[in-house]
Design a protein around this ligand. Structure first.
Ligand SMILES: *Cc1c(COP(=O)(O)O)cnc(C)c1O
Length: 379
């Protein structure tokens, strides 16, 4: 018997209430019924982004579509942008910018490290005519969380546009759109939101509109101006992902009733227990002090065929954790603990890690990680 447990850094597990909401009978989107659902979701999303001033647009797309929307709406031909790249998703900002002819100055942060805001400050000073800075809240490929508050201070000091990929980080780590002065932030449904893949949420602050009005990059579906006009009429420009938006209504209601500060605190606690459990097993955290609360990335001990273990575990038991991507394949593994996750999920994922290690030639005392996790969560 297989029972599915997703401890991958997206997609993530979905509460039954949310699954049921998504299974609602289809309704037409040009109705007052849908308008009410959609305007409630759009309002509630502001709470998740911690904004009063900003507007949140909902696209039917994966997170990357939302990232592309950020670039094509805020940049113009020949603009220069600084991209903080410390992994696959930071790199994605560069690729999207370059696709549209935005010239990119990359800050290459070593994998597993967070960017030093002072380095960003120096780079901005050195480069002339930078218009925007693109960063990642939680770099899911390496398990690093970047100091967006510190970065925002630097960027605002130079009066530049700040665009944040919060696709795995928002709803897990604090991100205060208004208080920190972020211009645009994007997230996706399948990470901390306890939703299936398929929605991208983009929060646009008032401060971003000057650049958006000026932007001359090609766009049609992704136009923020069209989205804004439609939103003012409580609808979307094109056919929305109706039942996903209904599901979002349910999941955001759950986040609201827990309270976003409590949601952040829960993730911090579960992530801490996971990190300490890994250390108790003698493993080394890949992201060290910069470890994100979204997922824990861990160095694979020499000689252990961990990736084969991941596959076997998934095939035989339905428990899924993730390996490394690209150049980190075979070097790290990643355990997600975001969204619909509680104490016992963390016990379970730790036990799965122990099983893989045990079956693949790494000497451990079985239960050592689990007992550390128990100690921290029960105590
Ligand atoms: C998952 C993720 C993405 C990509 O999102 P898709 O939904 O796969 O397009 C981008 N950035 C970060 C930080 C992510 O975690």
């Amino acid at each position: 018997m297989k029972k599915t447990y997703l401890f991958t850094p997206g997609p993530t597990q979905i509460p039954p209430e949310v699954v049921l909401a998504e299974a609602s009978p289809m309704i037409h989107h040009r109705t007052s019924e849908f308008s009410e659902i959609f305007s409630n979701v759009s309002e509630d999303l502001k709470y998740i982004f911690q904004t009063r001033e900003g507007e949140v647009f909902t696209f039917a797309s994966s997170g990357t579509g939302g990232m592309e929307a950020c670039v094509v709406n805020s940049m113009s031909r020949g603009d220069k942008a600084i991209v903080v790249s410390g992994g696959k998703f930071g790199e994605r900002w560069s690729q999207i910018c370059e696709t549209y002819g935005v010239s990119v100055v990359k800050i290459d942060v070593e994998n597993g490290k967070a960017v030093d805001p002072d380095v960003l400050d120096d780079t901005i000073r050195k480069e002339k005519d930078v218009r925007a800075v693109f960063v990642t809240l939680s770099e899911t490929s390496t398990g690093v969380v970047h100091d967006i508050e510190g970065i925002a201070k630097v960027v605002k000091g130079h009066n530049l546009l700040l665009v944040v990929d919060g696709i795995s980080g928002i709803g897990v780590h604090p991100l205060l759109m208004d208080d920190w002065g972020i211009d645009i932030a994007v997230t996706g449904s399948q990470k901390g939101f306890m939703l299936p893949p398929g929605l991208a949420f983009v929060c646009v602050a008032q401060s971003a509109w000057e650049s958006i009005e000026k932007s001359d990059l090609p766009k049609y579906y992704w136009s923020f101006k069209k989205m804004r006009k439609a939103l003012s009429n409580k609808t979307t420009a094109y056919t929305p992902a109706i039942t996903l938006i209904m599901a979002a209504g349910k999941s955001i209601e759950m986040i609201k009733s827990e309270g976003i500060e409590n949601v952040w605190a829960r993730h911090a606690r579960l992530a801490h227990a996971t990190r300490e459990g890994m250390k108790a097993l003698g493993l080394e955290l890949f992201a060290g002090d910069a470890s994100s609360n979204v997922l824990t990335s861990v160095k694979i001990p020499v000689g252990v065929n961990f990736d084969a273990g991941i596959k076997k575990l998934r095939d035989e038991t339905g428990v899924t954790i993730a390996g490394g991507q690209d150049e980190l394949k075979g070097k790290i593994f990643r355990v997600g603990h975001m969204g619909y996750v509680n104490d016992f999920d963390v016990v379970l994922s730790m036990s799965a890690v122990e099983k893989i290690l045990h079956e693949n030639g790494y000497k451990i005392e079985l239960g050592k990680g689990v007992s550390k996790v128990q100690e921290l969560l029960v105590g």
